[in-house]
Design a protein around this ligand. Structure first.
Ligand code: PXG
Length: 458
C-alpha cells in the first residue's frame, strides 16, 4: 500500500498540501517546498514528525509565553470540558471560568480598567473596540467622531477592519482595503526613516503627525488613535523614548480615545503586565490575545477603561456585537491556568529583572557584526536589523530576501526566528534559560558569519 511505504510526515505533508489552504502563504511555493509537520513541544523546543528538534525563539507565533508542555493548562482545559464544554454569555448567563478570567485580567490592568469583552482572536478584538469607540461617541452626542487614526506598517489582524487598521501595504492591495474611515500616519521607525534627526527628535516628529492629522480631519471627526506599544510583525520597532508621552498628550488634548494593541506586548513580554504600563499610558481600549492563554486556547478580548465602560453600560443600551464563543468556558479555563503559571512563577518579574536584561546584553553583543545595524530589545521582544553599510545605515536593496536567507539558515541550524523585511525578530518563551539565550545568539552569529563570508566572496 502506498501509505505504508511513505513516512508519516510525508503522508501528512501530502494530505495537507492537497486540502489545506495556509494563511499568509503562497500555496504554489508551498507545493514546491512542502510543509513541515510539527508534532510535539517541550519547554522552548518543538519537534517535527521526522524527529528533528528546534529551539523555538519565536514562541510559536509570539504566543507560547509559558513554554510548551504545560500539563496544568491541559488539565484545566480537560476538567472544564468534562464539566461544561460550552455555554454562551449572550442571554443573561455566564460561566465560572469566564467571570473569573475577566476579574483576573482586570486585577493586573491598573485602577482605570475594570471591564473585558471576550473575543476569539486579536483581529476580532480590534473589530470590537472600533465599534465600541463609535458607539461611545455617538452615545455621547458626537456621532461624527468616527475616524480611526492608525500607522503605516502596523499589524492589527486579518479581518476586514483589522487589516484596514493595520498598515501593511501588501494586505491593503488585496480586497480594496482599507475601508473608509481609517487613516494612517508614519511609524516611529528611526533606523529606517529617521534620516539625520536624532531618535528623540524623530520620535517627536512622528508623534506630532498625529496632531497634524487630527487638525486636518477635525477633532470632531476623530474617534481614536490605535497603535501597538512596540510594533511586532512590522519588525519589533521600539519607538524613541519621546514618542509615547507625546502621543498620550495629543490624545488628551484633542479628546481622542487611545487604543493600544497589546496582542503581542501584553501579559509580560515587555517585562510589565502590559506595554501601556511600561510606557506609563492610560488607554481607553487594550486589545489582548496570544499571551492571555499562551496560545494553548484561542481566546482574546478588549479591556475597556471606566470612562468608556460607564457610557456603554449606563447609556448606550445593548451593544449589538458578539461571537458565539465570546468568553468560551474551556478557553477561559485554559487562560486562567496560564495566568496561574505566570503569577506563581513570577514570569513577568523574571522578564523584567533577570532573563530580559540578560537577553538584551546577549543580543546587543551582535551589534559589532558587520551585517548588524542595531540589535535591540525590550523584555523578551528583540530585533536584529540587517544592514549593508553600518556607518550610513544603508540597507540591502531587497530587504525581504536577506531577512529570509538569515531565517532559513537559522532553520537549517534548528533555530526558529522570524524575518520581517531585513529585521530578524526574536520573542522566546519567558521560561527560556540563560544557556538557551546564549544558544540563540551564538547560532545567529554563526549564520551571519556564514552569510557575510558568502556575500564578500567574489
Ligand atoms: N494585533 C497584533 C499586534 C498582532 O500581532 C493581531 C492583532 C491579530 O490577532 P489574531 O489572533 O487575529 O491573529 C496580531 C496577530 C506574524 C504574525 O507573522 C503575527 C500575528 C498573526 C499572524 C502572523 O508576525 N499577530
Amino acid at each position: 500500500m502506498l501509505q505504508t511505504s511513505m513516512s508519516k510526515s510525508s503522508e501528512l505533508s501530502a494530505l495537507d498540501l492537497k486540502h489545506h489552504l495556509h494563511p499568509f502563504s503562497d500555496m504554489k511555493v508551498l507545493q514546491q517546498h512542502g510543509v513541515r509537520v510539527m508534532t510535539r513541544g517541550e519547554g522552548v523546543h518543538v519537534f517535527d514528525a521526522d524527529g528533528n528538534g528546534y529551539l523555538d525563539a519565536f514562541s510559536g507565533l509570539w504566543c507560547v509565553n509559558v513554554g510548551y508542555g504545560r500539563r496544568e493548562i491541559a488539565d484545566a482545559v480537560y476538567a472544564q470540558m468534562t464539566a461544561l464544554p460550552f455555554y454562551n454569555s449572550f442571554f443573561a448567563t455566564t460561566t465560572e471560568p469566564t467571570a473569573r478570567l475577566a476579574a483576573r485580567i482586570c486585577s493586573h490592568a491598573g485602577p482605570h480598567i475594570n471591564h473585558v469583552f471576550f473575543t476569539n482572536s486579536g483581529s476580532e478584538a480590534n473589530d470590537t473596540w472600533l465599534r465600541m469607540a463609535r458607539v461611545y461617541w455617538a452615545t455621547r452626542g458626537q456621532p461624527t467622531k468616527k475616524v480611526i487614526i492608525s500607522r503605516t506598517n502596523a499589524y492589527h489582524g486579518s479581518t476586514v477592519a483589522g487589516a484596514s487598521l493595520g498598515g501593511m501595504v501588501h494586505m491593503h492591495e488585496q480586497g480594496d482595503l482599507p475601508i473608509p474611515g481609517i487613516v494612517h500616519i508614519g511609524q516611529p521607525y528611526w533606523y529606517a526613516e529617521g534620516g539625520d534627526l536624532s531618535p528623540e527628535a524623530f520620535g517627536l516628529k512622528r508623534a506630532r503627525e498625529l496632531e497634524e492629522t487630527i487638525k486636518a480631519i477635525g477633532a470632531e471627526n476623530v474617534a481614536a488613535f490605535v497603535a501597538e506599544p512596540i510594533q511586532g510583525t512590522g519588525g519589533v520597532i521600539i519607538p524613541p523614548a519621546s514618542y509615547w508621552p507625546e502621543i498620550q498628550r495629543i490624545c488628551r488634548a484633542y479628546d481622542i480615545l487611545l487604543a493600544v494593541d497589546e496582542v503581542i506586548c501584553g501579559f509580560g513580554r515587555m517585562g510589565a503586565w502590559f506595554g501601556y504600563q511600561y510606557y506609563g499610558l492610560a488607554p481607553d481600549f487594550c486589545a489582548i490575545a496570544k499571551g492571555l492563554s499562551s496560545g494553548y486556547q484561542p481566546i482574546a478580548g478588549v479591556m475597556v477603561s471606566d470612562r468608556v465602560a460607564d457610557v456603554l453600560i449606563n447609556e448606550a443600551g445593548a451593544f449589538q456585537h458578539g461571537f458565539t464563543y465570546s468568553g468560551h468556558p474551556v478557553a477561559a479555563a485554559g487562560a486562567l491556568a496560564n495566568l496561574d503559571i505566570i503569577e506563581s512563577e513570577h514570569l513577568v518579574e523574571r522578564v523584567r529583572d533577570d532573563i530580559g536584561p540578560y537577553f538584551a546584553r546577549a543580543l546587543e553583543s551582535l551589534s559589532d557584526h558587520i551585517m548588524v545595524g542595531e540589535a535591540v530589545s525590550t523584555g523578551l521582544l528583540g530585533a536584529v536589523q540587517l544592514v549593508l553599510e553600518k556607518e550610513t545605515r544603508k540597507r540591502f536593496s531587497n530587504p525581504s530576501d536577506i531577512g529570509m536567507i538569515v531565517r532559513n539558515f537559522c532553520f537549517m541550524r534548528n533555530l526558529i526566528v522570524r524575518a520581517s523585511g531585513d529585521r530578524i525578530l526574536i520573542a522566546p518563551a519567558f521560561t527560556i534559560s540563560r544557556d538557551e539565550v546564549d544558544q540563540v545568539v551564538s547560532t545567529l552569529r554563526v549564520v551571519l558569519d556564514e552569510i557575510a563570508a558568502e556575500l564578500s566572496s567574489p
